[in-house]
Design a protein around this ligand. Structure first.
Ligand SMILES: Cc1cc2nc3c(=O)[nH]c(=O)nc-3n(C[C@H](O)[C@H](O)[C@H](O)COP(=O)(O)O)c2cc1C
Length: 206
């Protein structure tokens, strides 16, 4: 459909809109909570960000016209991911609706901070599509992730997240609690995803 839109003269494509419908139920009344007839509702905001990001990435590989990334963007990091996936502009709805219009100031400041910390990028334009040539080499069974000892606080969130019981807590020589990854790790990288960004203590190895 995107290809056809391009062939028929579309200048750009916004991707996505709300996704779904989805459903939520008020357990006190057993009634549906969301808004449309029949009890479903369009899903927006954080819940749809990974789906929207994937769609932007797929679309950016398919068409040459600009893609506007939309769906679940709240932070500068979300914007950067959308740009890296191939978007050349972004749209926010739920974030300013829930947090107020100052979200735009925070996102802009966050983008500037990212550029200051990464001087190899002269502008956010340099981020557009950076991930497109990196997805081919990305494999599920990559080398297993690595716990960075100095950063690990022993919070244990990664252990809870591991469906393969490949993570456990040990004491380091100085008595500090530390997560370790065993040989039965299948490199799903769930632990990388759940390690709180403020610790950033588990790195993927691919
Ligand atoms: C309350 C509400 C009303 C919306 N109305 C429209 C609309 O009239 N037309 C439209 O194309 N998209 C509409 N959207 C979808 C948004 O433009 C946006 O595509 C979607 O919410 C995903 O982005 P977000 O996660 O940043 O909100 C609406 C979204 C919400 C939450």
């Amino acid at each position: 459909m995107a290809k056809q839109a391009e062939e028929l003269g579309a200048d750009a494509i916004v991707c996505t809109n709300s996704i779904g419908p989805g459903m939520l139920i008020d357990t006190k009344t057993a009634k549906p909570k969301l808004g449309i007839k029949g009890g479903g509702g369009g899903m927006t905001g954080k819940a749809i960000f990974p789906i929207a990001l994937w769609c932007v990435h797929q679309l950016s590989e398919t068409v040459s016209i600009p893609v506007v990334g939309c769906g679940g963007i709240f932070t500068a990091d979300d914007v950067i991911q959308m740009l890296m996936a191939g978007a050349s502009a972004v749209q926010l709805y739920t974030a300013p609706a829930l947090k107020g219009p100052t979200v735009f100031r925070r996102v802009k400041a966050g983008l500037q901070r990212f550029l200051d910390e990464n001087p190899k990028y002269a502008s956010v334009k340099d981020l557009v599509g950076l991930t497109l040539d990196k997805t081919g080499e990305h494999k599920f069974s990559s080398p297993r992730p690595v716990v960075i000892e100095e950063k690990c606080t022993g919070c244990g969130i990664c252990i809870q997240s591991c469906a393969f019981d490949a993570l456990s807590m040990v004491r380091s020589a100085d008595g500090k609690a530390l997560a370790v990854i065993a040989d039965n790790c299948i490199s799903c990288n769930a632990c990388v995803g759940v390690c709180p960004p403020k610790f950033d203590a588990i790195k993927a190895s691919f």
